[in-house]
Write a protein that binds this ligand. Structure first.
Ligand code: ZN
Length: 209
């Protein structure tokens, strides 16, 4: 019986390592191709000047649906619809409607990591939260019934972290409720030199679905 040849053994180990590496590269490439394909098809559907790069970024950044109890709500593509409260304007987001219509029942969660940039009352948005992701995108959550305890400006949040409860606040002075059905208004904005520009979150939400 011949003793184990260390050179043969090394060659074998090297071959195995090389095979594993090739497989890893292939898997990564497949994943990248899939992401690129998904980005391009979503970009095509979004159609409103959103670049493939932005869609690709957003697919990486957005890690979860903005409502924890996904099965208890519905949404449609209402982006760009007409709105009249507070002057004639278009709808800069997607309304995720509570099926039960009960305020304070469903949990609004951050889709991404980021920093709380805005928190507090707005006549249009009611109790709202704005989260800025490290890549510069602004995620806007409006009409909350109440905030997660201790939520404050400058705070760091993770994807999936609770921001508060879904409600129907807004369309009036602070504390106004009941002017429309209970829902989360969810918006995505890109940072520009001037004011931020809204993007249609619909197809990204569909993807997260
Ligand atoms: Zn809305």
């Amino acid at each position: 019986m011949a003793a184990k040849n260390p050179v043969v053994h090394m060659k074998r180990s090297f071959t195995v390592a090389l095979l594993v590496l090739v497989m890893l590269v292939a898997v990564c490439q497949k994943h990248l191709e899939m992401m690129l394909f998904t980005s391009l098809s979503i970009q095509k559907q979004m159609g409103n000047g959103c670049t493939g790069r932005e869609v690709y970024d957003l697919l990486q950044i957005m890690r979860c649906f903005p409502v924890e109890e996904r099965d208890s709500c519905d949404f449609q593509d209402g982006y760009g619809d007409g709105r009249t409260y507070g002057g004639k304007r278009t709808h800069e987001g997607i309304d995720i409607m509570s099926r039960s219509g009960k305020r304070g029942e469903l949990t609004v969660q951050s889709v991404s990591e980021g920093v709380v940039e805005q928190v507090g009352w707005l006549p249009l948005g009611g109790y709202r939260v704005g989260i800025r992701s490290p890549e510069g995108y602004y995620f806007y959550y409006a009409h909350l019934e109440k905030y997660a305890p201790g939520l404050k400006k400058g705070q760091k949040v993770d994807a999936g972290q609770s921001l508060g409860l879904m409600g129907d606040t807004g369309y009036g002075k602070e504390g106004t409720r009941g002017k429309f059905p209970v829902h989360l208004h969810f918006g995505i904005y890109r940072r520009t030199q001037g004011s931020d520009e809204s993007l249609n979150p619909y197809y990204l939400l569909k993807y997260l679905d």
